[in-house]
Design a protein around this ligand. Sequence first.
Ligand code: BG6
Length: 494
Amino acid sequence: MKKKIIEPFNIVVFGGNSDLAFRKIYPALYQRFIDNQLNCNFNIYAVIRKRISDSEFRLNIEKFISSSSKNDIDNNQIEEFFKKISLTEVPNHTIEGYSTLKKELEKTKEHQNIYYLSTPASAFGDISIMLKKCNLINKRSKVVLEKPLGFDLASSKTINSQLNKSFSEDQIYRIDHYLGKETVQNLMVLRFANHIFEHAWSSENIESVQITVSESIGVEKRGDYYEQSGALLDMVQNHLLQLLCLIGMEPPVKLEANFVRDEKLKVLKSLRLLNYESASKNVVKGQYTRGKNIDNINQKKKIPSYLEDIGKFESNTETFVAIKAFIDNWRWKGTPFYLRTGKRMKRRYSDIIINFKPVKHNLFNNDEEIPGNALIITLQPEEKIELVQMTKLPGPGGYRYKPVSLKLDFLDSFSQRLPEAYERLIIDILRGEQTLFMRQDELEAAWTWIESIKKCWKNNDIKNILYESGTWGPGDSILNKNHSWTRKNNYEDN
Ligand code: BG6
């Protein structure tokens, strides 16, 4: 496929000294810069509200670049990169407040301007209105939005209508960083470039799909934000549903943004809404208490509870959620999709397991069922794909079999470094490629389903089940028994 060239650009990062900017945006730009992909003219404007010193700002960037990079930083390269960045003060949302930025951008009128809003969503409206008032938007301008894009369907619509006063849908890039992960993009190739899988990809052959994103970290310093979102909004509404879409969607007519998004939208619209009865059987929410932390095994001190982390005495916010979901369409009727995510779990990993149905008749031992095949796609921390299949145990004396994995480890097959999600996403924005970004109607369909769960929780005052930090969460005890939740026992390695 022919790649579009990257035209000269200015990237204006509102929230220029935000955690996200330091952790993700600057390191991604730096990495693409030293890989020679940004070989056009460009400038980075880090928009700040209050002046900070250049040296402090540079030190911070350097710190995050070196912690995200496997190699030592080259002094010349980082100096060249710093030449591209200017700290720009925008103290308030007035014409005067935007005057320095305007002056700067007017120096390079031929550049495309990318406005990256790494700020709370409450500022999106003001920023986009001011950019328009200052004549800083033209057809080539783009706006990049970070989540949370609202806390429910209504607020998401409000944010969107504010933005639409300045930008059209084809100028808006809503980031879901999971879509930028190499292993997540590989789902498209795995499905649509391999006949053997696509052929078997339906409820005729697939018994269940399990999508798990397990994190060992807690809420860190994001308590205020997390209190309003919880695991359902923080992870399921976006990342897990996007993974579900990539597994569940029909092949798009073309690999173009709107064709792909149309197919994802159909999946979201086919999700069966939950009501009180189905939610009480098929949804579990939990919250972590004190406990151990597996990723930091030497830690003697107990890890604090969620309440201690946020400094409150009570909270009904969930840090774990598990949902048995159904896609009511021709392809997936009857196949459960198990979605599960939690903080302070035993180990950090994300995977998707496709459990195939068992063969209809056991030729080797009539008394038992042969476990079905499984396709295990590990997204992180390592990237690999395993096909679990039955194999004869070597030796004389009849047929005995056991599940054995055929493994494809990305590191073994591809020597080059897998780029960080943000590197790919930023390059796509510069090229004007929207496939990996959510369209507003997708977002609204996701909200509609999420709200059916929220409503059940709220109306019935559903409480969290407490789980100890460093365990697999309440799903361990509850969903195992009642909902055949975990990996099939044969493949269980945790
Ligand atoms: C973010 C969530 O979107 O994704 C965080 O807000 C979460 O709470 C993070 O920790 C997980 O991302 P990753 O790439 O580390 O799996």
